[in-house]
Design a protein around this ligand. Structure first.
Ligand code: UP5
Ligand code: MG
Length: 196
């Protein structure tokens, strides 16, 4: 896609920082399509016809990044489908890219992101949220052991992506250790500032 054809916003932040929560709020007030890379991977994993089911299950439980070809393909198909068949032009891509190779490939293969929203949150806060959610989420990675691995992957592998975009002045950082409504208000005002 050309930059002018579709708008993509990457939504990044540690596990449990509130990416999904804020994206759900945003789609109510803006004409965005919300694409969560994690949700797409979980759906692919649950598809009995997929050849990647057991591979994805393993990576998610271990808090590791699934090989980029799989994730980029799922995202690209979702963007193209929404654009071609539903005329959608604005996308929130939640939880992606979380490794440098993905960032470079996606921007080369699909489109350059207009903005990166980064939710900053202390680990203790994210840990409490995820343990609480784990009581009912059914997610195989919402347990202490997997959560620790996810935190580690975030620090070692995903933060360099945020820093890379930061150096290009494309990141809006939002402190998300606050009630959902307050975080949301900050997101909206940062969008207003940037004419989104
Ligand atoms: N909550 C949210 N905001 C709150 C607030 N302001 N105050 C109080 N509570 C708040 O929120 C988490 C919980 O916190 C919820 O219970 C919520 O109510 C509460 P949520 O909005 O779900 O946070 P989110 O950041 O979306 O957390 P999530 O667990 O989804 O983040 P992850 O990044 O860990 O999960 P994701 O689904 O993106 O990825 C899962 C795995 O998939 C990865 O670990 C990886 O193995 C794999 N993956 C890849 O391999 N490649 C990819 O590109 C993407 C994923
Ligand atoms: Mg999420």
């Amino acid at each position: 896609y050309k930059d002018s054809e579709i708008d993509v916003i990457f939504v990044l932040g540690g596990p449990g920082s509130g990416k999904g929560t804020q994206c759900s709020r945003l789609v109510k007030n803006y004409d965005f399509v919300h694409l969560s890379a994690g949700d797409l991977l979980r759906a692919e994993q649950a598809n009995p016809n997929s050849e990647y089911g057991s591979l994805i299950a393993h990576y998610i439980k271990e808090g590791l990044i699934v090989p980029q070809e799989i994730t980029i393909n799922l995202l690209k198909n979702a963007v193209v489908d929404n654009h071609k068949n539903h005329g959608k032009t604005k996308f929130l891509i939640d939880g992606f890219p979380r490794k440098m190779d993905q960032a470079v490939s996606f921007e080369n293969l699909v489109v350059k992101s207009k903005l990166v929203l980064y939710f900053e949150c202390p680990e203790e806060v994210m840990l409490q949220r995820l343990l609480e959610r784990g009581k009912t989420s059914g997610r195989t990675d919402d347990n202490l052991e997997s959560i620790k691995k996810r935190f580690r992957t975030f620090v070692e592998t995903s933060m360099p992506v945020v820093d890379y975009f930061g150096k290009q002045d494309r990141v809006v950082k939002v402190n998300c250790n606050q009630p959902v409504e307050e975080v949301y208000a900050k997101v909206v005002s940062s969008f207003n500032d940037r004419g989104i």
